[in-house]
Design a binder for this molecule. Structure first.
Ligand code: SF4
Length: 172
């Protein structure tokens, strides 16, 4: 429950906190899975771990209908522009999780062909460690995104700081 005033039969809070609560519990992920970490995500969506409990059962492969980009797996440098295009096509507000060592840092693939972390081409909000991370760790990543979503102010996306961050990545 967000901060607010509670009384007999009523509860009041700010508009911003109410929207944050709704957004937090209805995150639509776009799974960008290229290799083994994607298999762990399949388990995360299965009946045992059941990501639907957190309001994220509606996966979308359409960037315009998603607000959380989950990058899972090794990202070859050739794939980088595709990933960036998907990110750009997502509407604001949007968030990004790098799932596993490969997406976070290139992992064991310290080679000329592999991107050494997706934060070289797009901003990342949360990193999930592991090779591969267990479904519990992926859920933990989602929970930390939920915290961000619930507490993000309306003004953040229009702030100079955020615009500077995007400009650093060459994104308008
Ligand atoms: S972090 Fe490990 S499990 Fe995940 S995609 Fe890379 S090699 Fe596969």
């Amino acid at each position: 429950m967000p901060e607010g005033y509670i009384g007999k039969g009523f509860f009041t809070t700010t508009y911003e906190k109410a929207i944050g609560l709704a957004r937090k519990n209805s995150i639509w992920p776009l799974p960008f899975a290229t290799s083994c970490c994607g298999i762990e995500f399949m388990a995360t969506m299965g009946a045992h771990y059941d990501l639907a409990r957190f309001g994220s059962e509606r996966l979308s492969f359409s960037p315009r209908q998603s607000d959380l980009l989950m990058v899972m797996g090794t990202i070859a440098k050739k794939m980088g522009p595709v990933l960036k295009e998907v990110y750009i096509q997502m509407a604001e507000p949007r968030w990004v999780i790098a799932v596993g060592a490969c997406a976070s840092s290139g992992g064991i693939f310290d080679t000329y062909s592999v991107l050494q972390g997706i934060d070289r081409i797009i901003p990342v909000d949360t990193y999930v460690p592991g090779c591969p991370p267990r479904p519990e760790q992926i859920i933990n990543g989602i929970l930390s995104i939920q915290e961000l979503v619930a507490n993000e102010t309306f003004r953040r996306r229009n702030s100079l700081e955020y615009k500077t961050l995007l400009a650093k990545y060459g994104i308008d």
